[in-house]
Design a protein around this ligand. Structure first.
Ligand SMILES: [Fe+2]
Ligand SMILES: [Fe+2]
Length: 148
């Protein structure tokens, strides 16, 4: 009996923790999209804009995917407003450097989410998102060397 109780509570704990991480993920996606919008406004170079736009376009897709996963798990449709109080950068280079770190942190968080999931369909979605973030990471490294 104690065994079952333990199993039950640890399952609950896992679910809560996964839900919290999904909320964090949705907020991060919202944040990054606005950040990349601002970054595109800091330059007129089409080659630079092109690299940032890849990530900008993906983040809204990711937001919707995490929203759907959260809904499938909880029955609750969460929606966060587009943030307006985004941190400011003096140069595009500074923003690119922080984006390299940001994308790397996103990969870490989404790996944790992946590890907490058992449903294959949901795991496939998170895997796709992780792959996209790794691509963003690579593109920002490329931008860093372009702007240096
Ligand atoms: Fe993303
Ligand atoms: Fe990203």
């Amino acid at each position: 009996m104690y065994y079952n109780m333990d199993g039950y509570y640890s399952q609950l704990f896992r679910a809560d923790s996964l839900n919290d991480k999904l909320v964090e993920a949705m907020k991060a996606e919202r944040h990054d999209r606005v950040k990349y919008q601002r970054m595109m406004e800091m330059t007129t170079d089409p080659a630079v804009i092109k690299q940032i736009k890849f990530a900008y376009d993906d983040e809204i897709k990711h937001y919707g995917m995490f929203q759907q996963i959260y809904y499938q798990l909880t029955g609750v449709k969460l929606d966060f407003p587009i943030p307006t109080n985004i941190e400011k950068y003096n140069t595009l280079m500074e923003a690119v450097q922080s984006s390299i770190e940001g994308e790397s942190e996103a990969v870490d968080l989404y790996r944790e989410i992946f590890a907490l999931m058992t449903n294959k369909q949901m795991r496939d979605k998170v895997f796709e998102i992780i792959t996209d973030e790794q691509e963003h990471f690579g593109r920002f490294i490329y931008l860093y060397s372009m702007l240096k």
